[in-house]
Design a protein around this ligand. Structure first.
Ligand SMILES: [Zn+2]
Length: 374
């Protein structure tokens, strides 16, 4: 096992939950710290609160990964006179790097909304509001026979799956030619002499968003000083991504019974319902955090119910008017489930990449709202 750097962890997060998927108004990625510094312990939390920073420092962590960004609005000063300034100064002075994975994690395939949908037993899940579509690129590389398998295996890291098939590629044998100019440092051949090499033409499909990474890998593993490759933009439709999710329950049930299920599975103390508690629900939309802005998308998609947090009075009235049931499980409860999931993901991904790094879950986070009943 080798030591990880902050940039290695950021790279692992970016590969699974690309930061480029985040909303325009958002601020994600490395927010505090030195990308080149070493990391032995990481803590995952929902919020970058003072007590969370304390916990991370007490537990000897060098990196804190949170869902909500520490830096959100532009700061004019970094002083101890503001809450954000105090947190920044404390993290920076103690060598604690901070990374935010916010709307990129909400949106990404396998991210928070897929997790929430799975928690609530939804099937046939798809994005509730599509915000982007992948553009596919055919990457064609010419590789000498001696290094063919090494290059193909390295590129498999970046190729898109086709349906339920991964590691898809095509290869055909051929002959490459080149004459190295003066100043070249060829791995095969001699300056000024025409060289003919048995090569294979290797073709793979890469998403445009991952093309730069794939080319970096290619240049690293390809034996030539100047690897020969072509990138063809394709008309084939790639995958889509978006906000929220919609799916169906295995069996319809009453709204009130589904609410009991949410209470149990999200471990929240209470939920608020809008709509007839006895109505049947089958098609369910979810959006973690504050997702009531997707109400009309849920209506258009034929949802019986939208599960989210932060619902206000007039939004509840609008849902009533549209015949859409709402279940407000709270911002905290619909998102805190990410902590254990991201901890497990990072621990597994770091170990699989050969990094000796321990990942912890923040223990002390609580919902800021306390409910009192009369
Ligand atoms: Zn949130």
């Amino acid at each position: 096992m080798r030591p990880a750097k902050v940039s290695d962890v950021v790279g692992i997060i970016n590969k699974k939950f690309p930061f480029g998927l985040s909303e325009e108004w958002d601020n994600v990625g490395l927010q505090v710290g030195d990308a080149a510094s070493q990391v032995e312990r990481i803590m995952v939390a929902l919020d970058p609160l003072p007590e969370v920073l304390d916990e991370a420092l007490d537990r000897n962590c060098q990196l804190l990964v949170t869902h909500h960004p520490l830096l959100f609005k532009p700061l004019r000063h970094v002083t101890a006179g503001t809450p954000a300034g105090r947190l920044l100064l404390r993290a920076a002075s103690r060598g604690l790097a901070v990374v935010a994975m916010h709307t990129n994690y909400d949106i990404a395939d396998g991210g928070l909304n897929d997790l929430l949908a799975a928690c609530l037993g939804l099937q046939d899940v798809r994005p509730l509001k599509v915000t982007g579509r992948d553009t596919l690129v055919k990457l064609v590389v010419f590789v000498p026979e001696s290094h063919f398998e090494q290059v193909r295996q390295a590129l498999f890291e970046h190729v898109v799956s086709v349906g339920n098939y991964r590691d898809c590629s095509f290869a055909a044998p051929g002959e490459g030619s080149f004459t190295p100019h003066a100043g070249a440092n060829p791995s095969i051949g001699t300056v000024g002499q025409l060289e003919l090499v048995a090569e294979r033409r290797l073709e793979v499909l890469v998403s445009q968003g991952h093309l730069a990474q794939a080319l970096r890998t290619l240049v690293t593993v390809h034996p030539y000083e100047e690897p020969a490759f072509d990138c063809y933009p394709l008309l084939n439709e790639g995958g889509s991504w978006g906000l929220g999710r919609i799916g169906v329950l295995a069996a319809s049930c009453r709204l009130t019974d589904f609410a009991d299920c949410v209470l149990e599975r999200l471990g929240c103390g209470h939920v608020r319902l809008v709509g007839d508690p006895d109505r049947e629900v089958h098609r369910v939309a979810v959006c973690s955090g504050s997702g009531v802005s997707l109400m009309q998308d849920a209506v258009r998609a034929g949802a019986d119910l939208l599960v989210t947090g932060d619902v206000k009075y007039h939004e509840a009235r609008e849902a009533e008017a549209c015949g859409l049931a709402l279940l407000d499980a709270g911002h905290f409860a619909t998102e805190r489930v990410m902590v254990a999931e991201v901890q497990q993901f990072l621990q597994g991904a770091l170990a699989a990449s050969g990094y000796g790094c321990e990942v912890l879950a923040a223990g002390g986070e609580q919902d800021p709202f306390r409910i009192r009943y009369c």
